[in-house]
Write a protein that binds this ligand. Structure first.
Ligand code: MG
Length: 500
C-alpha cells in the first residue's frame, strides 16, 4: 500500500490508473482466496455507522454494528406510556426510526416530454414518439424498447424505429406537468426539491408517525401521480441522494426500489460504474481499460489513487459515492423576495376590456403564488410598454398587506389608470409585488367581506390544485379564454416557437 501511495504522488494520472488496476487485481485475487474478504469493505460501513450511531436493530448483525457504543436507556424507552414518553419520545423514536427507513426518495418521470405528449394527444398513446428538433430530446418507451436513445440524431432514430412519430415539443406544457407533479409530491412531505424539470428529491425524515406503512405510502404516491396527471414515475428510496437516484433509474418505467439502510453497498456492488454520478463515458472508459467495470471494483481502489487519476474533488466524490455516501441534503425551495407576472401582446392593443382582463389574470396569478408561499405583499407595481417602446412603471404601497387578488387587482387597476395616458397601443403589461411578509391573517372582526374572500381564495386554490387552473375563474377570464389557448396550469399567454 505504501508503494502505491508513493507512486500516486510522484506520477501523473495515467500511472495512477495503472495503480488502480494493480490494486483492483490484487484485491480480486485476495477476494478469491480470502473467504472473509467481504468484511474488508466495511470501512465505509463503519463511517456510516459513525455518522448515524447505528440504531438499526438489524445492524447489530453486521460488522459495522460492532462499532456501536452501548447507549443508556432513556425514561421514554423504559416506559413508553409515561408522560415523558409522550413528551420526549417523539425525538428519540423518530431518530430511531429515521435510520430504519430510507428517507430520501427520488421521483423521476419516465420519458417525460414524450409521456406528456401522449397524455395530451391520445392518438400518440402506445406508439413510439420522439420529441425534439434535429435530435431526440425525449423518446417514449415504445421507441426506447426498439433501441432509440436520448440525444440520438433523428435520422438514426428513424432508421431504427421507422414508425416513430416525431413531434417538435411543447415546453409550456412540460413545465405545467412538472409543476402538477411537484404539487402532488408536496402533499406527502413539505421537503420537496426540484433537481431538474422532472426530477425530484423528497425527504420523509420525521414523517414516520404519519406514514406507518412507508412502502405503501410511496406506492400510493406513485399511483396518485399516475392517476391525476397520466404520467408514470419511477421511485427510488434510500438514505442518500446518490443511492436513491440510482435505485429509481434501475427499473424504469414505473420502477420502484427501496434500499434498506445498511444495504447500500450490497446494492451498488454489482452495478456498472457509469451509474455513479460524476463518472461519464470518458472516465468509465478509462476505468474499463484497467479492468474496473463495477462499483464494487471501484470501492477497492484506494482514495489517493482515485484522486490522482480524477483530481482531488472528483476522486473524493467517486470514492464516497461508490460507498453510497452523499452529504447532500434535500434542499427546500427558497421563498421569493418579490413576485412578478408579465406578458406581451402580439401587435399591441388599446382594448381596455382586454387589458383589464389581462391585469386581472396577472393579479390572480400573483395572489395565488403569494398564498402558496404563505406571503402577503405591501407594495404593488405595474409596468406597461407601448408598441413604440415607450414604457412606464409605477409602484404603490398597499394600505394593508394582502394576498387577496381582488385587492391586488384594485391597486393594479388604479396604477393602470395613472400610467395609461398615451393613445398608443400597449405591447406589454406586467404586475409585480414586493415587500413581502409572512401571511399573519387575523380574523377580520369588522370586514366580513375580507373574511369571505379569505375562504373563497383558499377554496379556489384547492379546486385549482386538484383540477387545474381553468377549473374555476372570474368573469373576465371568460373573455381571455377566447383569445388564448388554455393549458392545465392557466393560459398560454405568450406562444414560444416550440409550442405551436
Ligand atoms: Mg425523467
Amino acid at each position: 500500500m505504501d508503494v502505491c501511495f508513493e507512486n500516486v504522488f510522484i506520477t501523473p494520472a495515467v500511472e495512477a490508473i495503472n495503480v488502480i488496476q494493480a490494486t483492483a487485481e490484487e484485491n480480486d485475487r485476495a477476494a478469491s482466496f480470502d473467504p472473509h474478504h467481504g468484511h474488508r469493505e466495511t470501512d465505509a460501513g463503519q463511517e456510516t455507522a459513525a455518522q448515524s450511531p447505528a440504531n438499526d436493530p438489524s445492524a447489530s448483525a453486521s460488522p459495522a454494528g460492532s462499532a456501536e457504543t452501548p447507549r443508556t436507556e432513556t425514561a421514554a424507552e423504559k416506559n413508553p406510556w409515561s408522560a415523558w414518553a409522550w413528551l420526549g419520545m417523539c425525538k428519540n423514536s423518530s431518530r430511531k426510526i429515521l435510520n430504519t427507513i430510507p428517507n430520501i426518495v427520488h421521483v423521476d418521470v419516465d420519458a417525460f416530454f414524450a409521456s406528456v405528449e401522449q397524455v395530451l394527444n391520445p392518438k400518440l398513446r402506445g406508439k413510439p414518439v420522439l420529441v425534439g428538433r434535429g435530435c431526440v430530446a425525449s423518446a417514449s418507451y415504445e421507441a426506447k424498447f426498439r433501441g432509440v436513445k436520448t440525444a440520438m440524431g433523428f435520422r438514426e432514430a428513424l432508421r431504427i424505429c421507422p414508425k416513430a412519430i416525431v413531434v417538435p415539443g411543447q415546453y409550456e406544457h412540460y413545465a405545467d406537468f412538472a409543476e402538477r407533479v411537484r404539487r402532488i409530491l408536496e402533499t406527502y412531505t413539505p421537503a420537496v426539491e426540484t433537481a431538474a424539470l422532472d426530477d425530484f428529491y423528497l425527504d420523509f425524515a420525521g414523517t414516520e408517525r404519519l406514514y406507518p406503512d412507508y412502502e405503501a405510502t410511496l406506492r400510493r404516491l406513485q399511483a396518485e401521480i399516475r392517476g391525476r396527471t397520466g404520467l408514470s414515475v419511477s421511485v427510488g428510496a434510500a438514505r442518500t441522494k446518490v443511492v436513491a437516484s440510482i435505485a429509481s433509474r434501475l427499473e424504469r418505467p414505473r420502477g420502484f426500489r427501496m434500499i434498506a439502510p445498511g444495504e447500500e453497498e450490497n446494492f451498488l456492488t454489482p452495478l456498472p460504474v457509469e451509474k455513479l454520478h460524476g463518472i461519464g463515458h470518458v472516465h468509465a472508459g478509462a476505468l474499463a481499460e484497467r479492468g474496473i467495470a463495477t462499483i464494487g471494483q471501484v470501492r477497492q481502489v484506494p482514495k489517493p489513487a482515485l484522486q490522482a487519476a480524477f483530481g482531488e474533488a472528483l476522486g473524493q466524490q467517486i470514492w464516497e459515492r461508490a460507498r453510497g455516501l452523499d452529504g447532500r441534503e434535500v434542499l427546500l425551495p427558497s421563498t421569493p423576495k418579490s413576485v412578478s407576472r408579465e406578458t406581451t401582446i402580439e401587435g399591441g392593443t388599446i382594448d381596455m376590456e382586454f387589458l383589464g382582463g389581462l391585469i386581472e389574470y396577472l393579479s390572480e396569478r400573483i395572489g395565488s403564488t403569494l398564498r402558496e408561499y404563505g406571503k402577503q405583499a405591501r407594495t404593488i407595481g405595474l409596468r406597461i410598454r407601448y408598441v413604440d417602446h415607450f414604457s412606464a412603471h409605477q409602484t404603490a404601497r398597499i394600505s394593508k398587506p394582502t394576498n387577496d387578488e381582488r385587492e391586488l387587482l384594485a391597486a393594479a387597476k388604479d396604477l393602470f389608470g395613472k400610467l395609461f395616458t398615451r393613445r398608443v397601443a400597449v405591447r406589454l403589461v406586467g404586475v409585480s409585488v414586493n415587500n413581502l411578509e409572512t401571511d399573519k391573517r387575523q380574523h377580520e372582526l369588522f370586514d366580513t367581506n375580507a373574511n369571505r374572500r379569505w375562504y373563497l381564495n383558499r377554496g379556489v386554490d384547492s379546486v385549482r390544485g386538484r383540477y387545474g387552473w381553468n377549473a374555476v375563474f372570474y368573469g373576465k377570464g371568460l373573455e381571455l379564454r377566447e383569445h388564448y389557448a388554455t393549458k392545465p396550469n392557466g393560459l398560454v399567454l405568450s406562444t414560444p416557437c416550440l409550442s405551436r
